[in-house]
Ligand binder design. Structure first.
Ligand code: BYC
Length: 474
């Protein structure tokens, strides 16, 4: 079904037939715009940006490109088509028909999942709000804004579910999603990584590579949900999420390409010389990677969680690619290995699989992330360099779960407090690293021109040339 853009709130959910819901969402809409103006992309109001907008959710219509004034972007509600025969295919309700409404006994848990998901979307927009002032090119600026407007739309996706299915509680939660603020001391966002700063473009690329990938895995698990409206909306969100991860993966690749070029030209791996030539040394890139990887794997929650078991058994949240797995999809009596520290040593223990489902999803994420680090290393290999990037150990710099607070080196040794203190600035970005990267940031706004610390992309957006005017300034 095509999306109706003549309505105040574009949608493919027949909003006009549900006056109460329409009114509730139309009351929320001005608050969303106020939030966007206050803490959304700074100084972008009058920019005309070459953005994709969905005109339908099918392959022909989900990515239609044109110039859009940022302020006039049409955030809407788009669900994938319904399948009237869809069945629940995991947990205690396996084989029953998928739910079109929220069963009373699962209401509180579903609301909590939807609120947690919804909270991350505006958080990321807040985290990225200053980056438009220091874009390394028009191409990158456009990509940032594309990510921002779609995260805004993902907030709409969750607010629709809250307002349609959760009555007064849902309306209150929808309001609260615009009140919490990333990094706020009194009213922060729910999950840790979404209260961290994204101070520069290297951090932005790492965030979109790692943290948006948490989005991919969590959304994929929710796309299995027995609650059909949640499954359908997250499926469509996943289509958009792919571009966000592309921005991160290609962004870091281009930084590496430029760094490798400078190292080869100067025939050096001395970080000071690489920095003096205006590129980002590999050590700094590795430290940024260590940071974003570790805060992102915390987003999967505790290694053992009774919530995770309940979410799965009651059909609220499945596993990544649940349908492709060949087990019984109930998982009772099965076990999974998690890490623990005993007598100062890291070991493994077997725990009930249902309780370890956060860890199962984390491990799926880790596999996917490491594959991409391998692709980054190909850039170094192709440039003839022997240095490589690596994911730190799963227990490095953890704040959530059984590994929280353990002092662990990136290569997986339990270390003393003294060693941690002595090495922290080799393992995680230091204030000096942030200051150096910040010193490179500055807007480059001429079509086809790129900042000196990043290589141009291999091709432009939607088959346009790299020097296309991706943003026009009003
Ligand atoms: N920071 O039993 P546990 C995305 C809390 S990203 C702070 O393990 P559970 C996107 C936890 O809430 C995808 N707190 O919890 C990406 C609990 O608190 P309470 C986001 C944390 O329920 C980029 C307590 O610790 N979607 O879309 O098993 C840009 C005990 O933990 C953290 C989802 O996350 C943390 N990192 O699992 C834009 C999906 N981790 O209740 C967007 C929905 C845990 O004791 N969420 N806690 O006060 C869930 O499925 C679950 O809530 C979690 C937590 C997997 C996050």
């Amino acid at each position: 079904m095509a999306i109706d853009y003549t309505q105040k709130i574009p949608n493919n959910v027949n909003l006009a037939d549900d006056r109460t819901l329409q009114r509730a969402l139309e009351q929320w809409q001005p608050n969303f715009i106020t939030w966007w103006d206050d803490v959304g992309p700074e100084g972008s109001t009058n920019h005309e940006v070459y953005l994709r907008t969905a005109t339908s959710v099918d392959p022909q219509g989900w990515a239609v490109f044109d110039y859009v004034k940022m302020r006039d972007y049409r955030w809407g509600i788009f669900l994938n088509p319904a399948d009237a025969e869809r069945q629940i295919h995991f947990g205690d309700h396996k084989g029953e028909k998928a739910w079109q409404d929220v069963p009373g006994e699962h209401r509180a848990n579903l609301r909590r999942i939807i609120v947690t998901q919804g909270d991350t979307e505006p958080a990321s927009v807040e985290q990225q709000r200053h980056l438009g002032l220091t874009a390394p090119s028009l191409y990158d600026l456009r990509n940032l804004f594309q990510v921002n407007v779609e995260e805004g739309r993902h907030l709409w996706a969750m607010v629709y579910l809250l307002q349609k299915f959760f009555g007064r509680d849902g309306r209150e939660e929808a309001g609260a999603l615009l009140e919490r603020t990333s990094g706020d001391a009194n009213n922060p966002r729910i999950l840790g990584a979404f209260n961290e700063k994204t101070p520069d473009w290297l951090a932005f690329f790492m965030f979109t590579y790692f943290t948006d990938r948490d989005g991919k895995f969590q959304l994929a698990a929710l796309a299995e949900s027995a609650f059909d409206p949640l499954a359908r909306t997250t499926k469509f969100m996943l289509t958009e999420e792919a571009h966000h991860m592309f921005v991160g993966e290609s962004g870091v690749s281009r930084v590496l390409q430029r760094t490798a070029q400078v190292m080869n030209e100067l025939k050096t791996d001395d970080p000071a010389l690489v920095r003096a030539a205006g590129a980002i040394d590999l050590g700094t890139i590795q430290r940024y990677l260590n940071f974003h990887y570790s805060v992102t794997i915390d987003l999967f929650g505790a290694d053992q969680s009774s919530n995770a078991a309940t979410f799965y058994s009651s059909g609220l949240k499945g596993r990544y690619e649940e349908g492709k797995r060949s087990d019984d999809h109930v998982l009772k009596g099965q076990t999974y290995k998690v890490l623990e520290v005993q007598n100062g040593q890291l070991g493994e223990k077997e725990v009930p699989m249902l309780n370890a489902l956060n860890e199962v999803l984390r491990d799926d994420f880790i596999k996917d992330s490491i594959a991409g680090i391998g692709r980054w290393n190909k850039v170094l290999e192709k440039a003839g360099l022997t240095q490589r990037l690596a994911a730190p150990h799963k227990a490095f710099n953890r704040k959530i779960g059984a590994l929280a607070g353990i002092r662990m080196s990136p290569d997986g040794r339990v270390v003393s407090d003294e060693e941690w203190k002595a090495k922290e600035s080799e393992w995680l970005p230091s204030p000096a690293d942030f200051a150096f990267v910040a010193s490179l940031m500055g807007p480059v706004l001429e079509p086809g021109k790129f900042a000196g610390w990043i290589a141009p992309p291999a091709m432009g957006i939607n088959k346009n040339p790299v020097d296309f005017e991706y943003v026009r300034f009003g």
